[in-house]
Design a protein around this ligand. Structure first.
Ligand SMILES: NC(=O)c1ccc[n+]([C@@H]2O[C@H](COP(=O)([O-])OP(=O)(O)OC[C@H]3O[C@@H](n4cnc5c(N)ncnc54)[C@H](OP(=O)(O)O)[C@@H]3O)[C@@H](O)[C@H]2O)c1
Length: 347
């Protein structure tokens, strides 16, 4: 959109209306309208094309500080987006440029001084992939597999939350490295996606196990007869409890996310599994993609881009239409609605 042709007047934004108790609901968010900001000297005006919804946003809705400060009540919901430059007073950006902005927020328009903006080439892949396979979640998958799980060819790698944005890419990155990959996800549609589209060697439907006897460890050991050398954990909870019991000597566990616990009001009680880590002399490491430097991120992104361009790395996008559906789209992550990366198409 060219600003000279159409001057937007209203900026729709989602702010935090109240802190959720447990599972978030739509009433926890409020849609407000503010004037579209005017870029000052050195700034650009951005129009959102796609906005990301991610599990970490749930943590920002709590009062407690985590690795990042919480969103205040009445404050703009945080999040990344892909946007078009529609006005520029910054010589580094031209009208029409497409950029990924990790600080876009849940809004249709934003101004930026350009800090953290990454120019996107629409010729390489759909621009929405800058939020997924060629963005934060793809990079988390790549770094988690290579820098944290430090996988080597022939190892058995288990991925929880395997059909989601991070998990589906992490498993394929491990496959490319020559590993045997087992994914854990909810429902037959997802397990089929993993083995058919993503090339996983096996997949466990944890919801089916839960409805049968609930013995995740027994079900996992059938799929991993030689144990687990690396466990990429996106979910935590009872699924991870089961994975811990199958760890091999000198195995590595990457704690990427714990979505099963993000809506907990009280700390959950679980089995004490430290002895499995002791016996296996396993390494368990939490990691955040934001801690990695451009020297690590740039080659990882180049590699992911090459694989996507060559058709070696498959990705699926779950696109929700309409800015007004941001809350519903985010809540749906906790209901397992998505396969691959969920994004909201704004304009
Ligand atoms: N460390 C980092 O830097 C970093 C970066 C990005 C993301 N993460 C974390 O990585 C994880 C995956 O993120 P993502 O963006 O790829 O999300 P995602 O997997 O695309 O979406 C969330 C998925 O989690 C599963 N899920 C929801 N509630 C669950 C529960 N109670 N038990 C088990 N599974 C549950 C659902 O799949 P099912 O249908 O299979 O249950 C859902 O589709 C999250 O924990 C996130 O916080 C970490």
């Amino acid at each position: 959109m060219i600003i000279g042709q159409f001057k937007p007047m209203v900026n729709r934004q989602f702010v935090l209306a109240r802190r959720p108790a447990g599972m978030p609901v739509e009433a926890d968010f409020r849609l407000i309208e503010t004037p579209v900001p005017v870029p000052a000297e050195g700034e650009v005006l951005l129009h959102s094309r796609y906005l990301s919804v991610d599990p970490y946003m749930r943590g920002r809705m709590n009062a407690a500080k985590s690795y990042a400060p919480p969103v205040e009540i009445g404050g703009l919901m945080v999040g990344g987006g892909v946007a078009e430059v529609i006005d520029s007073k910054n010589p580094a950006f031209s009208v029409g440029d497409i950029v990924a902005n990790p600080l876009m927020g849940w809004q249709e328009y934003a101004v930026s001084i350009g800090l953290g903006l990454r120019k996107i080439d629409p010729a390489i892949a759909p621009i929405s992939t800058a939020l997924g396979v060629l963005g934060m979640t793809g990079l988390t998958a790549y770094i988690g597999i290579h820098e944290v799980c430090t996988v080597i060819s022939g190892e058995t790698v288990v991925i929880s939350g395997a059909a989601g944005a991070v998990g589906s890419i992490a498993g394929q990155v491990a496959k490319i490295a020559g590993c045997r990959v087992v994914g854990i996800a909810g429902g037959p549609r997802k397990t089929q996606y993993l083995t058919t589209d993503c090339g996983f060697d096996a997949a466990l439907d944890y919801k089916a196990v839960s409805q049968a006897d609930g013995d995740y460890a027994a079900a996992l050991s059938k799929l991993c007869p030689h144990g687990i050398d690396a466990y990429f954990d996106n979910v935590g909870g009872p699924i991870s409890d089961a994975a811990f019991t199958q760890l091999n000597l000198r195995s590595r566990v990457a704690i990427c996310g714990q979505i099963a616990q993000y809506n907990d009001v009280q700390a959950p009680q679980g089995p004490r599994l430290m002895r499995y880590i002791l016996v296996a002399r396993a390494t368990v490491r939490g990691f955040l993609i934001f801690d990695y430097t451009p020297a690590q991120i740039t080659p990882a992104l180049a590699q992911l881009t090459e694989w996507v361009s060559a058709g070696k790395l498959k990705y699926h996008e779950d696109i929700v239409e309409g800015f007004e559906n941001m809350p519903r789209a985010m809540i749906g992550l906790f209901l397992g609605e998505n396969i691959g990366k969920r994004v909201v198409k704004v304009a």
